[in-house]
Design a protein around this ligand. Structure first.
Ligand code: N01
Length: 532
């Protein structure tokens, strides 16, 4: 079927955000074209197929809320779903709501250029197609531009080279292989225990130790699933009132307001709940250094109790950032993996990585012979996927140039000089600090409501005002400065990519507060935006 070359909205990306965007815009009677670089829907869950990949938010919460029928009909099999289960869920959603028909797959958007006279975006793809749209919505993901560091000799290696974010669809059999994993973020920490079980030998090249809390994953019983489904509406309501978009609140007191016994009990409870929520046991845990220290000490004890060799345990304990200021990893058996005879930990702070050779990796200490190297080296987060597209607003100004000093947005939704361009869960919003599916639904709903408002009132579009962008940027910085987050060399700060401006790119005021601010802006006839 020929697809139209003129539409109301172009959506870039068919991950969770792009999928919902297509659904919502169509429901509002708008014409939509979607473009996706991958061969099918799923975004991050389409590409990140490494062994052990799982979500670190409970499946019941990390799922679409826009259709109660969907919520009720889908059965999750585990507390934390694996990548294959999440992808089959997203395939089910795509089938159920006929989302694929709006998308052109295997097609990358190369440029999006604003035509000031026509007040339209002109979108061109690598297949040579050109589409005009009144609005352009970038649902390109926060963690989708993979980062492969420029290590000397990188292309010389004769064995197999893999990246966790571009894993082969038919899987990899590491049986009998000597494998090296570079990187100990979420992707490394989730894949390392799985690779260790298969490989003849696994060498983990760790530059910075990371905090990780066991998932405490478990199969879902029918009873538990029924209970959750019966209370779905309440669960979603609480999620929307929370800081992180899932139905949990921190302890009502500050960490040092309670006694040692109560504090331990609270940490133990969160530790047993599993995963990333540990960072929010107490409300001041990532803002007060003394409170943070109590969490750090608790976790250090846990790590030491799981790792038999005290020297290795010490290397695995982070020393360079307050706990929770980088995303705490949710693992399944990470620390005990270092008790295995076929696993070696190389601390790159002691012996830095020197080069990749034809047969392995050389550090300043020794050469490690390898058959495969896995880059678990993360992403050019939040801005990387936008940076790779030639986006031009008024006066032919590129977004790249406009954001040279770091991303600048109003509410994380709009950019000054780029009318009728919207970002979904991008920089300037809570984004990855909250439940990404609920966050994406909120953003898309806000955008769809704004388009409806503009159409009803006879406007051709809207553009973030520069003073509103400046106010928002100041607010982001001020909120970040009240916390310990800027102390970490995290990808939230752009610190993982050489040369990237070092600014805290997210809204740290919590999911509920952010939702309120966005709702107020809409209610005040889009205060801070110029309507044209
Ligand atoms: O990437 P990362 P990730 N030499 O940037 C190391 C989400 N996610 O893909 O810290 C040696 O966290 C780097 O070392 P250092 C989640 O939000 C979620 O693991 O820069 N090492 C680090 O150890 C997560 O936070 C899930 O010193 C180098 C690692 O590579 C985000 O994605 C699963 C290096 C990169 O860690 C990113 O996670 C997976 C070099 N030159 C991902 N360059 C879930 O659980 C980099 N490193 C849902």
């Amino acid at each position: 079927m020929t697809q139209p070359a003129n539409v109301d909205v172009v959506v870039v990306g068919a991950g969770v955000a792009g999928m919902y965007a297509v659904h919502r815009f169509r429901r509002d009677g708008l014409t939509v074209r979607g473009f996706e670089a991958g061969a099918d829907v799923g975004g991050t869950w389409f590409f990140n197929r490494y062994p052990g990949a799982r979500c670190d938010v409970e499946s019941v919460d990390y799922s679409f809320s826009f259709s109660d029928e969907l919520q009720q009909e889908w059965d999750w099999s585990e507390k934390y779903a694996t990548q294959p289960e999440i992808l089959s869920y997203l395939n089910h959603v795509a089938d159920r709501f006929d989302l694929r028909s709006a998308f052109t797959f295997d097609t990358r958007v190369e440029s999006a250029i604003f035509d000031e006279d026509a007040v339209e975006w002109v979108v061109r793809t690598d297949a040579g197609e050109c589409v005009r749209a009144r609005y352009c919505v970038f649902a390109t993901g926060s963690l989708s531009a993979a980062n492969t560091p420029d290590i000397p000799g990188r292309d010389r290696f004769a064995g197999r080279v893999l990246h966790t974010a571009a894993w082969p669809h038919d899987g990899v059999d590491f049986t009998g292989m000597r494998v090296g994993v570079i990187g100990t973020g979420s992707s490394g920490i989730q894949s390392i225990p799985m690779i260790a079980q298969q490989a003849e030998h696994l060498t983990v090249f760790q530059r910075t130790a990371n905090y990780s809390v066991p998932a405490g994953n478990a199969p879902m019983t029918d009873e538990h699933r029924d209970e959750q489904k019966a209370e779905y509406a309440e669960r979603r309501r609480l999620s929307r009132l929370s800081g992180g978009g899932s139905p949990f609140q921190p302890h009502p007191h500050r960490a040092l307001e309670v006694g040692e016994e109560e504090r331990r009990r609270a940490y133990e409870e969160r530790w047993n709940m599993g995963g990333v929520l540990f960072a929010k046991t107490f409300p001041d845990q990532t803002s007060d250094p003394a409170a943070n220290d109590t969490a750090r000490i608790f976790v250090e004890e846990k790590i030491r109790s799981m790792v038999a060799d005290p020297v290795i345990a010490d290397r695995l304990i982070p020393k360079d950032h307050p706990i929770g200021t980088k995303r705490i990893v949710t693992d399944s058996g990470y620390f005990p993996t270092f008790n295995r005879d076929n696993v070696t930990l190389v601390d790159l702070r002691e012996t830095p990585l020197h080069e990749v050779t034809e047969s392995g990796i050389r550090t300043t200490g020794e050469h490690y012979d390898l058959d495969a190297i896995v880059f678990a080296t993360g992403f050019d987060a939040l801005t990387g996927s936008l940076d790779r597209i030639d986006i031009r607003g008024r006066a032919d100004r590129t977004l790249r140039e406009h954001w040279r000093g770091g991303p600048r947005t109003y509410l994380g939704l709009g950019v000054d000089g780029f009318p009728n361009l919207f970002l979904v869960t991008g920089p300037g919003s809570p984004s990855v600090l909250a439940n990404m599916i609920l966050g994406a639904e909120d953003h898309v709903d806000w955008i769809a409501d704004a388009i409806g408002y503009l159409d009803r009132h006879g406007y051709r579009g809207l553009e973030a005002r520069t003073d509103a962008v400046e106010r928002w940027q100041a607010e982001l910085a001020e909120r970040a400065d009240r916390t310990l987050f800027p102390r970490a060399n995290s990808w939230y700060m752009g610190a993982n990519i050489p040369g990237k401006p070092r600014v805290f790119m997210l809204f740290l005021g919590g999911f509920a507060t952010y939702r309120e601010i966005c709702a107020q802006v809409a209610e005040s006839d889009y205060d801070g935006f110029e309507l044209v």
